[in-house]
Design a protein around this ligand. Structure first.
Ligand code: ADP
Length: 288
């Protein structure tokens, strides 16, 4: 690729190597991900190209199995694509060794999960300090308290997860994801385990992080209301980009999503009593 770049600079007939625009916090170029081999191979991502500008909040939506989680994993360097390129904060992830990728994940990326994933035996403060310790730093109590205060948990630092509500636990998880000042905060269904009102509070917090601090956020969600907090919704179907919405509102997102559901008729056949197929309703991901 270096050769290609050199030839492109000096010559004329060779296309330049793909690169990420400077404004992108995350850029995917024709990313493919295939799990398994031969007859068992599943194409989870089938050539996705996506740019996420710095300081923006992007929601990723699509039917179940459309590749949303895989996209997040590849974009966050948690998994390597089978083909294509991922640039994170301008860094071409293909060029990183496993160790370098681990360092980048620890220091440049924050990840928030549906299930909080806090360490139960540790206080909120120690949970938040964990990424700094893993990065070989000695956390200062002040910086840990500041980030807890920023997510509305001033004074709760000594509490263990079990002593906090679900919404508060997710705030601790967000504080933990932010403590290293990551270039991108990735969130996989961050409100999926929360009741509607608590979920909205967490989404308001995410929105503020973008508006006030210029944080870049990429969030996978099933919930059109959650997606409406984003600046932009990118849709996926069968591992391919399927359009996007700017300044989304819940009704438009829900309508677009319903149009993308390949299993709608099949789901209707399985739901003779007329229930909406799971995943179409706001908050439908809570159903098990
Ligand atoms: P979504 O998040 O949209 O539900 P996923 O990214 O989880 O979709 O999955 C996309 C496709 O890849 C699905 O068909 C899923 O079964 C498959 N898949 C995901 N992870 C794995 C894995 N580790 N091994 C094999 N297949 C996988």
């Amino acid at each position: 690729m270096e050769k290609l770049e050199q030839r492109a600079r000096g010559g004329d007939e060779v296309l330049p190597a793909p690169s990420a625009p400077d404004s992108s916090a995350v850029a995917l170029r024709d990313v493919r991900k295939v799990y398994g081999r031969r007859a068992a191979a599943v194409t989870a991502l089938d050539g996705v190209t996506l740019d996420i500008d710095r300081g923006t909040f992007v929601a990723v939506m699509g039917p179940s199995g459309s590749g949303k989680s895989t996209l997040l994993q590849c974009a966050a360097g948690l998994d390597r694509p089978s083909a294509g390129e991922v640039f994170l904060d301008g860094v071409d992830l293909r060029r990183l060794s496993e160790n370098e990728l681990t360092m980048l994940r620890r220091e440049r990326i924050g990840f928030v999960f549906q299930s909080f994933n806090l360490v139960p035996a540790l206080s909120a403060e120690l949970n938040v300090a964990l990424p700094l310790r893993l990065a070989g730093r000695r956390p200062r109590r002040r910086e840990v308290r500041d980030v807890l205060a920023a997510v509305g948990l001033a004074g709760r630092g000594r509490h263990r997860p079990a002593e906090l509500s679900g919404g508060q636990q997710q705030r601790v998880a967000i504080a933990r994801a932010l403590v290293t000042r990551p270039a991108v905060l990735f969130a996989d269904e961050p409100t999926g385990a929360l009741d509607t009102r608590t979920g909205r509070d967490v989404l308001t917090l995410l929105r503020e992080l973008v508006d006030v601090d210029g944080q870049t956020i990429v969030m996978v969600t099933h919930d059109p209301v959650a997606a409406s907090y984003a600046d932009r919704v990118a849709f996926l179907v069968d591992g391919r980009a399927a359009g996007e919405l700017l300044d989304p509102d819940p009704a438009t997102v829900a309508a677009r999503l319903a149009g993308l559901e390949p299993d709608r008729h099949e789901a209707d056949r399985h739901e003779p009593d007329g229930h909406e197929p799971v995943g179409l309703e706001p908050g439908g991901e809570k159903l098990r």
